[in-house]
Design a protein around this ligand. Structure first.
Ligand SMILES: NC(=O)C1=CN([C@@H]2O[C@H](COP(=O)(O)OP(=O)(O)OC[C@H]3O[C@@H](n4cnc5c(N)ncnc54)[C@H](OP(=O)(O)O)[C@@H]3O)[C@@H](O)[C@H]2O)C=CC1
Ligand SMILES: O=C(O)C1=N[C@H](C(=O)O)C[C@H](O)C1
Length: 256
């Protein structure tokens, strides 16, 4: 039986994760934490794994506190960049070196921009397709309660496509626009325009558009309900104990 703590338990994702953990026969919900609670206290609740769906401003400090407390972490919160990921990687390396040969397990942290299978596949397909098209843009569409823009998924998608374009030696995308209003062409993520829509009724959606003369490829992922993220979160909880160090992206846990 794996004991699980949930950080951000009262939030939209936190509530769904608590329910998923409570209904899984191999997991026990050890503690629920929210704003004002100290992440270091999860070890006292007996949790071996903590799940973080909080806010971008809190998640990195939570993860460092969890590493210090000797608890594996599964993180869906957005806001990570190369610097913050590097700090977690270094912290884990030092912590695990200190635990080498000890009875305590080596610690793992999984940080995934998106836990939905459709989104993970969309990102993979977009990176595969990117080198074959002159033009590429990303449109992400979310519920209006979302605190950040662009979405972590859109940033990860655009970065993967930009890397594939660079490796293939593609020229910058054609774009003769003289922008009259700032923002009209979206945010620039490694040269790929990313557009953010916030609309009541939506949950989490993304469309990747790739264009060539006379043709277009559209790749679309829709999370109509937060249940779409739960199989990925549960997979992360079940596997993180056997994956020491930092893993970024659910694709590494899937047989894709
Ligand atoms: N990777 C993925 O698949 C997914 C990622 N996300 C991401 O997950 C994050 C949460 O999303 P969502 O659930 O919609 O957001 P919510 O705003 O609904 O929930 C966030 C919760 O975290 C709480 N919180 C804030 N600070 C802390 C802290 N220091 N410690 C513990 N809890 C804290 C908030 O409490 P209070 O309101 O009192 O401040 C709130 O209850 C976002 O970054 C979102 O982008 C969302 C869906 C899927
Ligand atoms: O805030 C959300 O809702 C979501 N956030 C993540 C993101 O920013 O990519 C994942 C998903 O899109 C839902």
């Amino acid at each position: 039986m794996t004991h699980v703590a949930v950080l951000g338990a009262a939030g939209r994702m936190g509530q769904a994760v608590c329910h998923a953990v409570e209904t899984a026969s191999d997991l026990t919900l050890a503690s629920r934490l929210d704003a004002g609670d100290d992440a270091a206290t999860v070890a006292a609740s007996g949790a071996q794994v903590a799940v973080d769906f909080t806010v971008p401003s809190a998640t990195e400090a939570n993860v460092h506190a969890l590493i210090d407390a000797g608890v594996h972490a599964v993180v869906g919160t957005t806001g990570w960049d190369e610097d913050s990921l590097g700090r977690v990687r270094d912290h884990l390396q030092a912590a695990n070196a200190g635990r080498a040969g000890a009875a305590d397990p080596q610690l793992g942290v999984l940080i995934a921009p998106n836990f939905a299978l459709s989104a993970v596949l969309a990102m993979r397909f977009a990176a595969q397709a990117a080198q074959y098209f002159e033009s590429a843009e990303v449109i992400e569409l979310h519920h209006p309660g979302k605190v950040d823009a662009p979405s972590g998924t859109a940033v990860h998608t655009a970065q993967g496509m930009a890397a594939a374009r660079r490796e293939a030696g593609l020229a910058p995308m054609p774009d003769a626009t003289e922008t009259a209003l700032e923002g009209a062409r979206g945010a620039d993520v490694d040269g790929i325009p990313v557009h953010s829509v916030r609309l009541r009724g939506l949950v989490a959606h993304e469309e990747i558009l790739l264009g060539n003369p006379g043709e277009q490829l559209s790749i679309r992922t829709d999370s109509f309900d937060r249940s779409s993220f739960m199989p990925g979160v549960l997979l992360g909880i079940r596997q993180i104990g056997t994956r020491p160090g930092l893993t970024v992206g659910l694709e590494h846990l899937l047989d894709l």
